[in-house]
Design a protein around this ligand. Structure first.
Ligand code: NAG
Ligand code: NAG
Ligand code: NAG
Ligand code: NAG
Ligand code: NAG
Ligand code: NAG
Ligand code: NAG
Ligand code: ZN
Length: 313
């Protein structure tokens, strides 16, 4: 997740090291003095906290919760909801129009979907998802950042609430076979990368692709849930995390464009690679209860055992 105060961070880049305007901290992914092992030192509040993200999800340790119902995605089918794409110097971020929302899924109220951004490694051969599952790191991870609707998009307020933000995490996996430029929604999205090669660049997006198009093929009723934090400084512990089990499938050529097109600064700076935080200490994770089919067969066998016992009495 990206800290909402992007402007403050940009200002930081041009001001003094370590600390600058609006107490935003200068942090990075690529240098040993400002990369993630140092965040607890350079941003102890809150990066040295006790519910930090991302985590490794141990699938066998996730407990069942029948309250983890389906989500309602409002305007996720809108082809005018993706308005702007930005190179922040730390990620590629797409700003969403107002009126895009998510509710359900045991969230306490509707949340406004404000933006999505991505995390990646260095080409699909060096994976760069933030969460891992049973130790597996995926090539990329997409985060949709949502803020409680009652805060009206004021993320400064949302980050002071332990459930003020809801992040939806989607893994991205390489499509099998030799497909290129697919799916077409991702071809369209990545076609903008050549327009935002330098930090601070942003371009308006043309209507055409929707969030549903980008999330195609993922069963959005099957997910992990835990309480965590922003994954970038200042790592505020304000995030209800949802990590979907099924990955989005994208062809290798498109995945590779992220690590070979956008840069962390101007045209002479390094490519943006390995833009993810390493996993943090584990947290309690919940997920949907096992399928009703196996529950049904369990109760049938339980009843037949009971029946067998009664028939002996
Ligand atoms: C982080 O917190 C731990 C205990 O909660 C403490 O021992 C350690 O000194 C803290 N580190 C920093 C850099 O603040
Ligand atoms: C969201 O949906 C409402 C109808 O519920 C519609 O009026 C509005 O234009 C939509 N917004 C976007 C960005 O698609
Ligand atoms: C990233 O991948 C490219 C292409 O494979 C390689 O040349 C480069 O050395 C890699 N960078 C790092 C930091 O691993
Ligand atoms: C957001 O909330 C904070 C704290 O209540 C307030 O100071 C700030 O002015 C608000 N920002 C906007 C854009 O309304
Ligand atoms: C992919 O391409 C290789 C080499 O061109 C070919 O041998 C292989 O059968 C192709 N695989 C699929 C699934 O199409
Ligand atoms: C992106 O760059 C291409 C090639 O330079 C240009 O033709 C196109 O208009 C740009 N698109 C946007 C949205 O700025
Ligand atoms: C790019 O940034 C570097 C370091 O900030 C600076 O020295 C260099 O002059 C810049 N180059 C261009 C072409 O702006
Ligand atoms: Zn993120």
């Amino acid at each position: 997740m990206n800290r909402p105060l992007f402007l403050a961070l940009v200002a930081c880049t041009f001001i003094s090291r370590a600390r600058c305007a609006s107490d935003a901290v200068e942090w990075c992914y690529h240098l040993s003095d400002c990369n993630d092992p140092n965040w607890p030192t350079i941003a102890p509040k809150y990066c040295n906290g006790s519910r930090q993200s991302p985590i490794n999800i141990v699938s066998a340790s996730a407990t069942g919760d029948s309250g983890l119902t389906a989500f309602t995605f409002h305007n996720y089918s809108s082809t005018v909801a993706l308005t702007k794409i930005t190179n922040t110097g730390k990620t590629v971020k797409v700003t969403l129009a107002s009126g895009v929302q998510v509710s359900g899924g045991k969230l306490s109220e509707a949340y406004d979907s404000l933006q999505f951004h991505l995390h990646w490694g260095n080409t699909s051969s060096m994976p760069g998802s933030e969460h891992t599952v049973d130790g597996k790191r995926y090539p990329m991870e997409l985060h949709i950042v949502n803020s409680k609707s009652s805060y009206n998009g004021n993320t400064s307020q949302a980050i002071t609430d332990s459930t003020g933000l809801a992040a939806l995490g989607f893994f991205i996996e390489e499509m099998s076979g030799n497909a290129t430029a697919s799916p077409s929604s991702w071809h369209t999205l990545t076609s903008y990368l050549a327009n935002i090669t330098e930090a601070g660049h942003s371009v308006k997006m043309t209507p055409g692709i929707s969030l549903d198009d980008l999330l195609a093929g993922v069963d959005r009723t099957s997910y992990y849930r835990y309480l965590g934090s922003l994954t970038t400084p200042t790592c505020n512990e304000a995030v209800v995390w949802t990590v979907f089990k099924e990955p989005i499938k994208v062809s290798k050529d498109l995945i590779d464009l992220f690590s070979s097109t956008v840069r962390i600064g101007n045209s002479t700076s390094a490519h943006m690679i390995n833009v993810y935080r390493n996993v943090q200490p584990s947290q309690a994770v919940t997920t949907q209860l096992k399928s009703t089919a196996s529950k049904a067969s369990y109760s049938i066998s339980f009843l037949s055992i009971l029946g067998a016992i009664y028939s002996r009495i």
